[in-house]
Write a protein that binds this ligand. Structure first.
Ligand code: HEC
Length: 172
């Protein structure tokens, strides 16, 4: 429950203009983290904000900053994206994208809830491409870097699939 309220506060803040965002984000994150501890939630359930902070500060590598997905959200691209997601991502992020994959259970930080992430204003094409390409090494997380394993097209197909809300039958 507490987490849900914090998530809502976070989503709201992320819609604001950058200076306000940066100003408001830190207290909310601190409260969220304190909330997790006070609840006795263990570390693997706590949220990880490092990636959001880096993105909002504009500190993602330049080569990703302006990227836009040029692939159409066609049935073929989405079903290819789904297949790739199931092969490469599902083990950690779970079938419905909510971060509960078996291989992710013990990870700290835990795999992100991508079904939630995709609704955040910061979940731009650039955010996804950067994250999927470079992974979690800069943050000490287990999120693998797929830049050498997947083609650009494949990364965009996975992004399209995530943005259907993990429902390839319905589209966005
Ligand atoms: C070994 C487990 C693992 C696998 C496999 C994995 N991830 Fe992750 N992923 C993580 C963890 C842990 C995080 C949270 C820490 C971070 O952001 O680096 C994460 C974070 C993310 C984020 C950031 C979301 C947010 O809200 O911050 C995205 C996007 C993402 N993963 C996409 C993918 C995609 C797409 C694939 C498959 C191509 C994938 N991941 C495969 C573990 C994994």
């Amino acid at each position: 429950m507490v987490i849900n309220k914090q998530m809502n506060a976070l989503s709201l803040i992320l819609t604001l203009h950058t200076p306000y965002k940066v100003l408001l984000l830190f207290p909310v994150i601190t409260i969220a983290m304190t909330g997790c501890q006070a609840n006795g939630t263990n570390d693997s359930d706590s949220m990880f904000f490092g990636r959001y902070i880096q993105y909002i500060r504009g500190n993602i590598p330049n080569q990703y900053a302006d990227l836009k997905n040029a692939l159409p959200a066609s049935p073929v691209n989405i079903s290819d994206g789904k297949r790739l997601y199931q092969m490469q991502c599902l083990a950690c992020h779970g079938e419905a994208g909510d971060g509960d994959g078996l291989a992710g259970k013990q990870l700290v930080p835990s795999p992100a809830n991508l079904a939630f992430t995709r609704r955040l204003p910061l979940a731009t094409d650039a955010f996804f491409f950067w994250t999927i390409s470079e992974g979690g090494e800069p943050f000490g997380s287990a999120m693998p870097a797929f830049g050498d394993q997947l083609t650009e097209k494949q990364i965009w197909q996975i992004t399209l699939y995530i943005n259907t809300g993990f429902n390839s039958d319905q589209g966005t």
